[in-house]
Design a protein around this ligand. Sequence first.
Ligand SMILES: Nc1ncnc2c1ncn2[C@@H]1O[C@H](COP(=O)(O)OP(=O)(O)OP(=O)(O)O)[C@@H](O)[C@H]1O
Ligand code: SF4
Ligand SMILES: [Mg+2]
Length: 315
Amino acid sequence: MTELLEVTDLRLSYGKLHALRGANLQARAGEVIGIVGESGCGKSTLASALIGLPAEGAALSGSIKIAGQEMVAASAASRRALRGDRVAMIFQDPMTAFNPVLTLGDQLIDFQHRSHLSRKEKRAKARDMLASVGLPDPDLALKRYMHELSGGMRQRASIAAALLVSPDLLIADEPTTALDVTMEAQIIHLFRQLRAHHHGAIVIVTHHLGVVGELCDRVYVMYAGEVVEEGTVDEIYHSPRHPYTAALIACDPMHLEVTDQRLPTIPGRLPDLTNPPRGCAFASRCVKAAAICAEPPPRKRLSPTQAALCHRIAE
Ligand SMILES: Nc1ncnc2c1ncn2[C@@H]1O[C@H](COP(=O)(O)OP(=O)(O)OP(=O)(O)O)[C@@H](O)[C@H]1O
Ligand code: SF4
Ligand SMILES: [Mg+2]
């Protein structure tokens, strides 16, 4: 079975800062993938590269294939086309996706510019999509400006905007972080429904282990611009093998399904990404660090679905 998303040795630098240092991941149609890791480890950088919108001036190399089509080497025009047809993003701050001086209705019509429907049909489709993401009174909402909507309504509207293009790949960067607990629970519920109906792949970036436990099939754990462990939710939560993952999951895994489970903080800090260490980037914080860890760690395959980047794991 071919992968819908295949990322190989992805590297991205902002000037001297190496934000992605050889990230690898895959997603198949129907899968929901979680990306976790502490602040600054490169999650949003990865998400923006996947949508074909790395920050201006960022140097990108490696490979991102979406439905077999290479994005990194593609021209700006074909990246734009791919973004319109196949990939959509839901941001932490839903305002990012919208223009404050246009009504929601006008923008949801504009988002469908590649469709051959009439303006009236596009408006009807936008209305139906708003209804399906649970926005109360969608006809009225179409006439609203973004500042007239609550945070939860904006995030629902941004999810509707992303779904209007029927993307193969839907990327959500911290979709619930800016919301209060009640809104967060509602958006998680909406994602659960999406999961059941969306036939493409969904990639969710989050600090929230409860969200991953509730929504994802597989998890990628990032640290200092690398994927240090990947596995099914069950493998990552119940038998984490990389010391960083183990530290994240150190609390009772039985309780990870509850919605208030945030990433715990681990003593120490990320290494300086302008001068990353040659060996393991986690060494200065790792309880298992040894002399060998000054060498670049190997990626060890632990099961058909689990792998970790560490010297000190018995295979
Ligand atoms: N546009 C940019 N220009 C320069 N440096 C950047 C830019 N965006 C991110 N960085 C740096 O790249 C590194 C990775 O940042 P990124 O935003 O991808 O992390 P993150 O995992 O999403 O963090 P958070 O959990 O806080 O959102 C950080 O050191 C950050 O300061
Ligand atoms: S390679 Fe060494 S320092 Fe890095 S995680 Fe493994 S044991 Fe810890
Ligand atoms: Mg981020």
